[in-house]
Design a protein around this ligand. Structure first.
Ligand code: GLR
Ligand code: MG
Length: 431
């Protein structure tokens, strides 16, 4: 067998074009940082992974990259232990909700796991290539051949403020129910999506209720979700529940914090609540599951610490009768492949996964991953089944090198200040 020892780790920070998508914190920057991780083995195999690329992730990734050579790519428990021992700068994580992705509070542990995930995926890719096996086989084998994704709808502007760097797309603005329905129609036509999630918390709830109602009319019977990222009070959430109970598959993070989620859930008359904000780490599970705060958990291999941790999370959810779906931030094809491999191995995945991928016009792969009827076919080629396009990777890295620092840390509130200098990320509840 080929020697699996890591001899080199290559980290390539990149800036990826992102359209002006709105959320409750602000707007996406014209360029979003991502990090491409490559591990090279003594046997001559290279594996690739992807994770957040902001400075705090990059700093930690650099420390881990220095320590990994000499370890075999098969030693994934050792990788976790190695990351666990890395010194961490306290000022990098202040316990507030991050302004670059709305995935709950920032903690040192989550930062570590978010970095580890990129390395774990790269190691699994290398191991799979060395063994001639797909990543899903290394995770125990796929239980489905296709992984379904939902159309991720955003209120958005046509262009970034000042249009300095452009968003690189031609999708136009969507700022009202008609705009959201038109966006949904285009995503459905282009990719065959059959379920829809609206990113809310942008406009007053009645406007977002009207948008979801318009979607229900345009796509009768399709599963619909609304996610204001914790922007509402308990009472506002319950009004939305009353208005949309008959059309929602689930309501995602209507309020901030597990106790408030439990209060809404108790009075929601059976409408499931989902989260990628109040449960984002293993220690947060017990309170949420035992108080009935959450009925569907959105996993995300990036901040949960990789594909194997995602499987463990899914097993805990199964034990508690909690449904599983998948959260996504701005990401490229390497992560979509990783999401697809792990989702393929999770039994009882009854909700289509989220993905931002259709919003990304740029990628680092030789071939973009295609959705057919809203699903990605699970690759059976060795490893992740994707190949890096070095020219594209270099071009996005050169953009990162040329940046003056203003885009290297995603901050949706700062991006909003380019349009509205007085903007501050709103305190919650906003409505
Ligand atoms: O489900 C979610 O909460 C998200 O996808 C959070 C994301 O950060 C999304 O709101 C975004 O990128 O604007
Ligand atoms: Mg969410």
């Amino acid at each position: 067998m080929k020697d699996l020892t890591v001899t080199e780790v290559r980290l390539t920070p990149i800036l990826v074009a992102d359209p002006p998508l709105l959320n409750t914190q602000g707007v996406h920057q014209p360029h979003t940082p991502r990090l491409i991780v490559e591990v090279v083995t003594a046997g001559g195999v290279t594996g690739v992974g992807e994770t957040y690329g902001d400075t705090k992730y990059l700093d930690l990734a650099r420390s881990l990259a220095r320590r990994l050579p000499g370890h075999p790519v098969s030693d994934l428990n050792g990788l976790l232990a190695l990351a666990g021992g890395l010194p961490l700068d306290g000022h990098r994580t202040d316990g507030s909700v991050d302004v670059g992705g709305l995935r709950g509070v920032q903690t040192a542990g989550k930062l570590r796991l978010s970095v580890v995930s990129g390395f774990e995926v790269a190691c699994l890719d290398a191991l799979g290539k060395a063994l001639g096996m797909p990543v899903h086989a290394l995770l125990g084998g796929k239980v489905r051949d296709r992984v379904e994704y939902s159309a991720y709808l955003f209120y958005r502007w046509a262009a970034h403020p000042g249009d300095a760097a452009g968003g690189g797309d031609d999708r136009g603005a969507a700022l009202d129910p008609a705009g959201i329905v038109a966006q949904a129609r285009r995503l459905a036509a282009d990719h065959g999506f059959g379920s829809f999630k609206l990113k809310g918390g942008v406009f007053p709830p009645e406007e977002e209720i009207a948008a979801v109602r318009a979607l229900a009319e345009a796509f009768p019977g399709s599963p619909l979700r609304l996610d204001p990222n914790g922007a509402w009070s308990v009472e506002t959430s319950l009004k939305v529940v009353d208005e949309l109970r008959d059309v929602l598959e689930y309501l995602e993070d209507p309020v901030t914090g597990t106790p408030a989620m439990a209060e809404v859930a108790a009075r929601a008359g059976g409408l499931p609540l989902a989260t990628n904000m109040c449960v984002t780490t293993f220690p947060e599970i017990a309170e949420a599951f035992t108080t009935g705060a959450v009925q569907v958990l959105l996993s995300d291999h990036h901040y949960w610490g990789g594909l194997r941790n995602t499987q463990q999370l899914a097993a805990i959810c199964r034990a508690f009768g909690i449904g599983v779906s998948m959260h996504s931030n701005t990401h490229l094809g390497v992560s979509l492949a990783a999401m697809t491999h792990v989702a393929a191995t999770v039994p009882g995945l009854e909700h289509a996964c989220d993905t931002h991928y259709p919003w990304q016009t740029e990628d680092v792969l030789t071939e973009r991953i295609a959705f057919q009827e809203g699903a990605v076919t699970v690759p059976d080629a060795p490893g992740l089944g994707v190949a890096l396009d070095r020219e594209r990777l270099d071009a996005l890295h050169r953009r990162w090198l040329a940046d003056d620092g203003s885009m290297r840390d995603r901050d949706d509130a700062a991006a909003m200040r380019r349009a509205d200098p007085d903007w501050e990320a709103p305190s919650v509840p906003r409505w």
